[in-house]
Design a protein around this ligand. Structure first.
Ligand code: PXP
Length: 268
């Protein structure tokens, strides 16, 4: 193993804590408490997504998290003007621009940096005027990487969704999202070659981005199994992971939560 590998920044996405809170519309669980637990246990960065529909993180959460965080806050948002105005005032450590559709369950693909170059470029300009560095969430292609550089982004986050989907189909016969359900019928050798192809795209676009001076993050659908290969791509120096960490925390915490309630509900 080479000993000059750069360190990896782990960004933990805590949107799902707010998803759980919104299910009851109360103040529990509190994303601010999640921030503290993440920071105390090795997270290098907190990632939150201020969506146009505010389905999980609200403006007030973002404000409190940015004001109180002992670690950098990476705020994801769309290029919607109302959101960009709010985000410029919030002053997160970095903004990651993502595509957003109201009806989607989660961010489905990378930004259309070529088709929407002008609008994305304008959003970047405004964020830079507010002294906020910008990362662009893109599909892993050379064209998207080159365009991100042209648009003056400091960083790109490569969408690992295709890789994660194919990996899940090979190992559990379920994609990490259910969008590509038709691919479940693909034979194993086809899935293997798709996995290789999706990994190579990540590898080559990460290398390209690094070569032209962009920092490189990766995220979406990464979990305790598929993250290992991503670690082999030296050019990637940051991971943003949400769903799998929060999902695991339910089970690592459920035993204690039940025991404590059992203790309280015992009569002597
Ligand atoms: N990176 C970006 C840009 C995202 O939009 C998301 C999902 O909000 C993530 C990373 C985290 O994805 P996951 O929850 O699948 O780990």
């Amino acid at each position: 193993m080479s000993n000059n590998k750069s360190n990896m920044t782990l960004g933990v996405n805590i949107d799902h804590i707010a998803v759980l809170r919104e299910a009851r519309k109360i103040n529990d669980p509190d994303p601010l408490m999640a921030l503290a637990v993440c920071a105390q246990n090795g997270a290098d960065q907190i990632t939150i997504h201020l969506r146009e529909d505010r389905r999980h993180i609200h403006d007030e959460d973002a404000k409190k998290i940015i004001q109180n965080s002992p670690i950098p806050v990476n705020l994801e948002c769309s290029i919607n003007q109302e959101i960009i105005d709010i985000v410029c005032k919030l002053q997160p450590h970095r903004v990651t621009l993502v595509p957003e559709k109201r009806e989607e369950v989660t961010t489905e693909g990378g930004l259309d940096v070529i088709g929407q170059a002008e609008a994305i470029g304008y959003a970047i300009e405004q964020l830079h005027d507010s002294l906020i560095p910008v990362s662009l969430f893109i599909d892993p292609t050379d064209e998207a990487v080159m365009m991100s550089k042209e648009l003056n982004a400091e960083m790109v986050e490569l969408h690992t969704g295709t890789y994660a989907n194919v990996y899940a189909m090979l190992h559990s016969s379920l994609p990490y999202t259910h969008h590509s359900i038709k691919e479940l019928e693909l034979p194993r050798h086809t899935l293997l070659s798709k996995l290789e192809q999706s990994f190579e795209m990540l590898q080559s676009s990460a290398d390209k981005a690094k070569d032209i001076g962009l920092e490189v993050a990766a995220g979406h659908g990464l979990n305790y199994h598929n993250v290992k290969s991503i670690m082999d791509i030296d050019a990637i120096t940051e991971l943003n992971i949400g769903q799998s960490i929060i999902a695991r925390s339910v089970f690592s915490g459920l035993a204690d939560a039940v025991k404590e309630m059992k203790r309280l509900s015992k009569r002597s």
